[in-house]
Design a protein around this ligand. Structure first.
Ligand code: ADP
Ligand code: MG
Length: 263
């Protein structure tokens, strides 16, 4: 527009997570080799690749469940740089802060079996947040409603279906108001109909603007729901791209081979 000075950009991107040159070995086995990924707020990024290529290790390095040998992870305002050497207690303190930005969901749900669903969701905020229990409970019930489990609040995990347990695990991960949600094959233990309930929750979170990184074997979901797909092989990111573009026209022969074998 003429004479308007500096126009507002059409959209504003904000980097939420930045992993730079992450490397990780188990003994002499180099499992991650110089892996870098930047994720913007509100993105849903799927990570695909053959079994054993390092997907879970990479995800775990993002919140220091696994400690990278080298590289830098920045999430929101917190950053940890590793350059070999021992893991110090000051590093652990930083990792603790960094983890507070992250919610993680595993294939195997990992709910506390001797606590109700509501207790599972309230547990972390009750320990960490200095707010009245009634406020924490109201927030937890709101999250359970969001994942369609308001009626199951007082049930124990073992009495729920796998899909319900996984949705409870998502509510629990959301309870600390994370900047980014990480999922490691969230639907691999579920039959397709039940998996769909979990995927729908993730789609709804995407519509609300949650940032999500999903390791998945579900290429249909990855293609339909992701903003970008990351293809990993042999401990490296081989290709990152627009889902349709990557699925219809993979650039690298390894991506082509993987996608060819997966359809
Ligand atoms: P993916 O999730 O892509 O299937 P992983 O990240 O689980 O792959 O594993 C990558 C490689 O690292 C595999 O060879 C696996 O055996 C190895 N690995 C993973 N975790 C450990 C560990 N804690 N100790 C030793 N080796 C591991
Ligand atoms: Mg894995």
């Amino acid at each position: 527009m003429a004479g308007s000075g500096n126009p507002e950009p059409a959209f504003c991107v904000e980097t939420v997570l930045c992993a730079e040159s992450i490397s990780k070995s188990f003994d002499s086995n180099k499992v991650l080799d110089d892996v870098s990924l930047t994720v913007e707020r509100g993105e849903l990024v799927s990570i695909i690749g053959p079994s054993g290529c390092g997907k879970s290790t990479f995800l775990r390095c993002l919140n220091f469940l696994e400690i990278p040998d080298e590289g830098t992870v920045t999430i929101a305002d917190d950053s940890i740089r590793r350059a070999g050497g021992p893991w110090k207690s000051s590093d652990e303190a930083l990792a603790h802060r960094l983890r507070a930005h992250v919610g993680m969901v595993f294939q195997s749900f990992n709910l506390f079996p001797h606590r109700t669903v509501l207790d599972n969701v309230m547990l972390a905020p009750r320990v960490v947040k200095h707010v009245a229990p009634a406020v924490i409970e109201a927030e937890a019930r709101e999250l359970l409603a969001k994942v369609g489990l308001e009626a199951a609040a007082l049930r124990y995990p073992a009495t729920l279906s796998g899909g319900q347990q996984q949705r409870a695990a998502i509510a629990r991960a959301l309870a600390m108001r994370p900047d980014v949600m990480l999922y490691d094959e969230p639907t691999s233990a579920l039959d397709p109909r039940v998996a769909e309930e979990v995927l729908e929750v993730m789609r709804a979170l995407d519509r609300e603007g949650m940032t999500q990184i999903v390791v998945t074997h579900d290429l249909r979901f990855a293609r339909a729901a992701s903003d970008r797909i990351v293809f990993m092989d042999g401990g490296q990111i081989i290709e990152i791209g627009d889902p349709d573009e990557m699925c219809d026209n993979p650039r690298d022969p390894r991506t082509r081979r993987f996608l060819g074998a997966s359809v």
